[in-house]
Structures are given as C-alpha cells and as structure tokens.
Design a protein. Structure first.
Length: 182
C-alpha cells in the first residue's frame, strides 16, 4: 500500500511541476509585448541568420545577415520577403507565422496542450491547426520563446532558433511598414 501511495504522490508532484511550467510559459507570454532577438534559420539544410523584432500581435521585422539585403516584414496582415532582386508578398493568414506571431492564440493553445520537457532545458508544445503542425520551444528557466519548427507554404521544413532575446523595448514607429516593391 505504501508503494502505491508513493507512486501516487510522485505523480502528483510531477503533474504539478509540469502545470507550473505551463503556467510560467503562459504568464511570460502575457507579459511580453514585443521582443527582439538574433536568429538562425535552417530551411531544408540552407542556413541563414540575422536579427528580428516581433511586436504582438502578428508583426515582425527581420534583417538577414550576409544576404541580398533580405528582409522579412509583417504588418499584421501581409508578409513581405524582399531582397535586392526579388519581392514576395503573401497574406499573413496563409503562413505559419500567422499562428506563431499571435500570442493570444499561442496562450489559448498552450492551455489545452501537454508540454514535453526536452533535455531539462526546453519546453515543447506541438500545435496542430488545419494542415499545419508547429513545434514551439521555450526556455525551461526563463520561459522565453526560443524557437519553432514547421513546414512553410512551399512545403520546406523550417527550423528557427532564437538567441540574445530582449523583451518589451521601445520600438521605432514605422518598423513594421511593408516596403515598396521597387
């Protein structure tokens, strides 16, 4: 009987600590209005990096390092990827970033999902929405968003890692303005 009580209490402790982790991730998201970070992105083996700023809901500005002046910008409705020689514009709602950049959506989904602890330093949630599967990763100590993996609109496997994260900074007013095509 003592053996069963011990197992029961261990289960309660583990369940409570995991619920505590989930609540801390949610609380951190609630308290984050914007963040900027360095990123490394691996799309089907092609690695790019740079800096991004996110402002919730659904705004992002990224400058890629060592590329054709590549930028990625979302104003909350459209997503533009622009280089020196190309310009692509998409409705944001047709991309996985529509979900990743919506902290209220993330919070609602996380509330109903089970988290996985990976190597004692990552908290992972798997979001399945329509035909999209998105893996979201948080730091197990700071509870900051530190990456995601998904398949993009061209069916490319995309892994994005975040580092040097800073939160709730004063941002320039026109940062998320969609650039012209010229």
């Amino acid at each position: 009987m003592l053996k069963y009580l011990t197992i029961f209490f261990l289960y309660i402790l583990i369940s409570n600590s995991n619920a505590d982790i989930k609540n801390k991730v949610i609380e951190n998201l609630i308290n984050t209005n914007n963040l900027d970070f360095k990123f490394e992105q691996n799309i089907n083996g092609k690695i790019e990096n740079g800096n991004c700023t996110v402002e919730y809901p659904k705004k992002i500005f990224c400058e890629y390092a060592r590329s054709n002046n590549k930028i990625l910008v979302s104003n909350g409705r459209s997503l533009v990827i622009k280089t020196r020689t190309s310009y692509y514009r998409y409705p944001l709602e047709k991309t996985p970033l529509n979900l990743i950049l919506d902290k209220n959506y993330l919070i609602d989904k996380i509330k109903s999902l089970n988290e996985r602890i990976i190597d004692n330093n990552l908290v992972n949630f798997t979001i399945i929405e329509k035909d999209n599967e998105i893996e979201i990763f948080f730091n197990n100590e700071t509870y900051d968003l530190i990456g995601w993996q998904n398949t993009d609109i061209y069916q490319n496997f995309n892994i994005t890692f975040l580092s040097s994260i800073r939160k709730n900074r004063i941002l320039p007013k026109n940062l998320f303005k969609i650039p012209s095509q010229n």
